[in-house]
Design a protein around this ligand. Structure first.
Ligand SMILES: Cc1cc2nc3c(=O)[nH]c(=O)nc-3n(C[C@H](O)[C@H](O)[C@H](O)COP(=O)(O)O)c2cc1C
Length: 344
């Protein structure tokens, strides 16, 4: 079956792209995958998006991979290329790219499609950090509509899958997105995700869901609402307030990868099952195993950021968090995770 992610069941639920977070290991965890490495390795993917393993969430969930540099892809930087590898069970996947040169962006997308067949590409036009925006990347592209248009057009011409764009409401003026969304639609973008804050706001203030609604009303392509949607209840509220085709969730999924399952249950009118402590530990173990598969022994330290999210705000979990932040081997982490079972 070839999946067209534009035809995903509505409302769409999306795991938002997060640098250093939405890697293959985390995306698989979000998809609710529990397959062992062996069974995954035995799957082959020879044409775009042949989905052999549909998870119960697949009809409405898409995951956006963390951004990668188009320049690094074109230079064939090994670390960057590895970041674009797709495990069949994670599909449908949208790979996000950042960059400012339309030809380089197009070439990077072409190379990734040729190698890994993601179901779509996303262009980062929302990142506010200095090392990205100072070179016309990320949110700076909102001030460069001609360049943004060229990027969308050239990427669309270079690949066979849809191309979406993630934006903020503006650089400093939150109305900027209204015109800019039209620019993107006219350029051929297949979908837009709007984070309801300006670049200048960074993460301060609240995501402006009313402004996102205005964007949705101005374009005819699908729009995903993003920003401050951290629970199933907030998802329903955001969908109602924005009228969007779906939501994109970032921080709400960290240490909480089952959120999409819970939202999906709620949307289907079912009562969602709360996640028990032991289930949390079990998911951490699976995620850790995927993480180690991906990064090897150094994953023991890079997994700590996830530990902090999984154990955040849980009474009685502090001592485990402290232990998990100092141990150095895979065995020690697994030992502590096993020790945690039945304790809270
Ligand atoms: C750790 C982290 C990394 C992020 N990396 C990216 C990224 O690579 N690309 C992107 O477009 N947005 C990135 N974002 C922004 C999120 O996708 C999202 O727009 C923002 O966090 C607001 O959504 P939320 O309230 O659901 O977290 C990142 C956010 C966080 C917290």
């Amino acid at each position: 079956m070839i999946l067209d992610w534009k035809k995903l069941k509505r409302p769409i639920l999306a795991l938002a792209p997060m640098a250093d977070m939405t890697d293959s290991a985390f995306c698989r965890t979000v998809m609710g995958v529990t397959e062992s490495k062996k069974s995954i390795e035995s799957m082959e993917i020879t044409e775009p998006a042949i989905l052999t393993h549909l998870t119960p969430l697949t009809p409405r969930l898409i995951v956006f991979r963390e951004m990668v540099s188009s320049e690094a892809v074109v230079r064939e930087n090994k670390k960057t290329i590895n970041m674009t590898t797709i495990n069949p069970v994670e599909r449908p996947i949208v790979q996000q790219l950042f960059g400012s040169d339309p030809d380089v962006m197009a070439e990077a997308a072409r190379k990734i499609e040729e190698e890994h067949y993601p179901e779509g590409f996303d262009i980062n036009m929302g990142c506010p950090v200095y090392k990205i925006v100072h070179n016309f990347n990320g949110a700076a592209l909102m001030n460069e509509p001609d360049r943004a248009t060229e990027i969308v057009k050239k990427m669309k011409a270079a690949v066979s899958v849809p191309v979406s764009v993630k934006i903020r409401t503006g650089w400093s003026d939150s109305k900027q997105c209204l015109e800019f969304a039209r620019v993107l639609e006219n350029a051929g973008a297949d979908m837009i995700t709007v984070h309801g804050r300006t670049k200048i706001q960074g993460y301060s203030g609240k995501s402006d869901w009313d402004r996102i609604r205005e964007v949705k009303q101005r374009v005819s392509i699908p729009v995903l609402a993003n920003g401050d949607i951290h629970t199933a209840e907030l998802t329903l509220k955001a969908l109602e307030q924005t009228g969007c085709d779906g939501v994109s969730i970032a921080r709400g999924a960290l240490g909480n990868p089952w959120i999409f399952q819970q939202i999906s249950e709620m949307l289907d009118g079912k009562t969602s099952t709360p996640v028990s402590w032991n289930k949390r530990v079990e998911v951490m173990k699976t995620h850790f195993a995927f993480h180690i598969e991906q990064y090897g022994e150094r994953g023991v330290s890079t997994f700590r950021k996830h530990v902090s999210w999984y154990l955040r705000g849980i009474a009685g979990a502090k001592k485990y968090k402290e232990k998990l932040h100092i141990v150095k081997t895979v065995e020690e982490v697994n030992f502590i995770l096993d020790e945690m079972k039945d304790k809270i």
